[in-house]
Structure formats: C-alpha cells, structure tokens
Design a binder for this molecule. Structure first.
Ligand code: FAD
Length: 279
C-alpha cells in the first residue's frame, strides 16, 4: 500500500504542466487521484514524476456558445452533478455524475481524469459517446481535437498520449429527452452495464453509448440504425434494444459473465430508450 518513490511537481499553468511533461520520462498527470493513487499504492503504476494539475484553475469551467457547451477537464463529478446550468442545458451529464461512486469520489474525481483513464467500467464514456462529444487535447505541438468515437482506443487506453493533457470536452445542448441507466457493482458503483440514450425527438434520431459491457465503451450503432426516423413506440424500442450487444465481445469477469453482460446491455438499453423518450 506504499507507492514507489516519485518526484512531485505542482505547476500553476497549463503551459508549465506541458513543459514539465515534455521534459520527463515516465511522468504522470495527477488530477483527482482517485484512480492514479490507488494504482500507485498497489504499484500497478510507478511513475518517476507526478505532475499535479488539480489546482489549474484554467481547466475548471463550464461555458456555452451557440449551442455548444465547453467543459474544462478538471471539473469534478460533483461540480457537474450540482450544476443548475447543466441540469437545464445538458441534463444527461448531471444525471450520470450523480451515479458515480460515493460523495468522496465525486468530490475529488474529475471528468478528464476518468476519460483519460478509460476504465471499461467507468460511467463517463457512455454519455460522452451518446452526446457525440469532441475532446480537445493539448501537447507539445499545440492542440488537437478528437471525436468521442475515436477517443477510447482499448481497455485503459485513450487517445491522449503520455506527453499530452486533455483540456476540454465539448457537448451539444440537448432537450430533456435523455437518460442514463446502469447496473452497478454494489461495492464501488462502477458500471457492469451503463447505457446513455439521447433521443432527438424532432428528427427522431437516437444515439446510444454503452459502457461496462466490453473492453471499451461503444456506440450501439445497430440500435441507432433500427430507430432512425422510426416512430418511437415501445415495441420499436424493445426490438432495437435487442441489438445492443451486436458485434461486441462482452467482458467476462468476477462481476458478471459475458452472457449476463450481454443480457444487461439489452435490458438497460431498452430502459434507457424508454426513459429518454418519455421525458
Ligand atoms: C471507491 C471508488 C469508487 C469509484 N466509483 C466509480 C464509479 O462508480 N464510476 C466511475 O466512472 N468511476 C468511479 N471511480 C473512479 C473515479 O471516478 C475516478 O475519479 C476517475 O476514474 C479518475 O479521475 P481522477 O480525476 O481521479 O483521475 P486521476 O486518478 O488523477 O488520473 C487517472 C489517469 O488519468 C490521467 N489524467 C488525469 N487527468 C488527465 C488530463 N486532464 N490529461 C491527461 N491525463 C490525465 C492520469 O495521469 C492517470 O493516468 C471510483 C473510484 C473509487 C476510488
């Protein structure tokens, strides 16, 4: 439970943080610390340097312009959960945040830290995919933007490189017809199956993001295609939800077998669609 020795740096600006990363091998960014610190204590991670960005005020904001909401990567789960602005303009995000871990985890853990960590059981990937978010990453060559569908590379690996920092997540404003439904691990709250649905009623298009079920979170494109332009009846949504685990290799671990996870994906997709369409 005692981490290996490491250097500790606490830059005051994003540029200082990037410079610190650029000059060091085996350096790790520290955000909320709720994934990195346990991994270090178990010596699963042994960075030589830890660069603490928890006090970078320039990565903590919620802004809106022309229907796009920009979220700083250092927003904590609690700041998102308690944002009256987000409850009104992008209610899926506070709904997800409220279901993460416990109060202590939500007070320290950050949106950016969770996304970069890319834990297959994390909640944030589901809404980020369903909202078709864009993610802005800063590095030595400047900034680049990655679409949510390209962000999750494989288990515990996102598109953010070791010398880069995730700085901003951009999502559209939405109506209230959204939902996040999950089957959680009892001890931690992590998702065994978590489904985010965004129903665009005027266009009758649907986007579905699923986490917990496979090695990386995914868009349930077969479900979306089945409902494209169709009336959102209970029967149509139930039939579409049957495709929630199509072409996906479901995880098999101590929490749930591959078959059970596939079943959970179908059931929770149906529930998420029904809940979103009913709002
Ligand atoms: C008891 C417990 C219960 C939990 N339950 C849940 C749950 O129900 N659902 C859920 O989704 N999560 C859960 N978590 C995880 C929690 O949400 C973490 O806070 C989150 O996964 C990581 O965010 P962090 O800010 O703590 O990141 P850190 O632990 O500080 O960092 C995680 C990783 O991301 C990197 N990193 C962090 N920020 C950036 C950045 N901006 N740019 C580049 N790299 C960065 C770090 O270098 C590190 O590799 C739980 C954790 C605990 C301890």
């Amino acid at each position: 439970m005692i981490p290996a020795a490491f250097d500790y740096l606490r830059p005051s600006t994003l540029d200082e943080a990037l410079a610190a990363l650029a000059g060091r091998e085996d350096a790790k960014i520290l955000a909320g610390g709720h994934s990195l610190i346990p991994a270090m204590k178990l010596r699963l991670a042994q960075p030589r340097s830890v660069i603490d960005i928890s006090r970078l005020a320039d990565l903590n904001y919620i802004r809106e312009k022309n229907g796009t909401i920009s979220l700083g990567a250092m927003l904590t789960h609690y700041e998102i959960e308690s944002s009256a602005f987000l409850k009104d303009r992008c209610p899926l995000l506070p709904e997800v945040a409220a279901q993460i871990g416990d109060v202590q985890v939500r007070n320290r853990g950050t949106l950016g830290g969770s996304l970069v960590h890319a834990d297959p059981a994390a909640d944030w990937p589901a809404p980020i995919l369903a909202l078709d978010a864009e993610l802005e990453i800063a590095g030595p060559q400047g900034r680049r933007v990655v679409k949510a569908s390209d962000f999750f590379v494989e288990m515990m690996q996102s598109a953010v490189q070791p010398n880069e920092i995730l700085v901003e997540i951009r999502v559209p404003t939405t109506a209230k017809s959204v939902a996040y439904v999950k089957f959680a691990q009892k001890a931690s709250g992590f998702a065994i199956a978590g489904v985010a649905a965004v129903v665009d009623k005027p266009g009758q298009s649907v986007r579905v993001g699923i986490t917990g079920v496979a090695a990386k979170a995914y868009r349930a494109t077969a479900v979306e295609a089945a409902l494209q332009g169709a009336p959102l009846t209970r029967e149509a949504m139930a039939a579409a939800a049957e495709k929630a685990a199509d072409d996906v290799e479901t995880l098999n671990d101590i929490h749930a077998s591959a078959e059970f996870r596939a079943h959970l994906a179908l059931v929770h997709t149906r529930r998420a669609l029904e809940t979103a369409a009913g709002r």
